[in-house]
Write a protein that binds this ligand. Sequence first.
Ligand code: COA
Length: 169
Amino acid sequence: MISLQEVTPENFHRFKNHILEVEKSSFLSPWTIRAFEAETKRPVSQLWALLAGGKIGGYICFWIFENEAHLMNIAVHPQRRKRGFGGCLLKKLIEVSLSEGATKAWLEVRPSNVSARAFYIKAGFTEISRRPRYYRETNEDAIIMSLSLAPEDTGLMKSSYIWNVEHAA
Ligand SMILES: CC(C)(COP(=O)(O)OP(=O)(O)OC[C@H]1O[C@@H](n2cnc3c(N)ncnc32)[C@H](O)[C@@H]1OP(=O)(O)O)[C@@H](O)C(=O)NCCC(=O)NCCS
């Protein structure tokens, strides 16, 4: 049984250690606990935790402003990947975006992050441009990807996978 819970300043203490554990095992330059806490207080930001078997399997942080969603962070515990948890988290971003009237979602990803790029492409995102030497620690470019959420566009149709991830286990 999985569920998603919004992380707020009030409940942050319950989630912070597990979130940090997933973050540290997922990134070379992990966010600090202070960075996560700041996101729970930022008006444009939402932080959601995915709970599975009583433990945090992953989380997503995104901003919504000026009719656009910006994915800031997403990670699934290394031992729990490829079970649809990432899809469930991305689905939350899309649901909230649609309910708040956002018409586009944006993200940045490293060219070397092959699994994340495959994950985003499966969700319907397409590469728009590159930002040279965006990641300062490694001098790596950022690939900018976007997904159209406008009803008249085809972006969401390409996300059909996202709408079928209820069964994640
Ligand atoms: C990217 C990430 C969040 C995906 O989470 P996940 O729970 O494994 O993703 P899902 O199980 O929902 O995968 C959905 C689809 O994405 C693609 N995908 C996911 N991981 C993949 C991999 N390692 N290689 C190729 N495709 C992959 C597949 O098409 C998969 O569908 P399938 O299982 O039917 O083949 C996870 O790999 C992760 O936490 N990575 C480390 C943190 C990170 O890089 N975050 C992104 C920063 S930009």
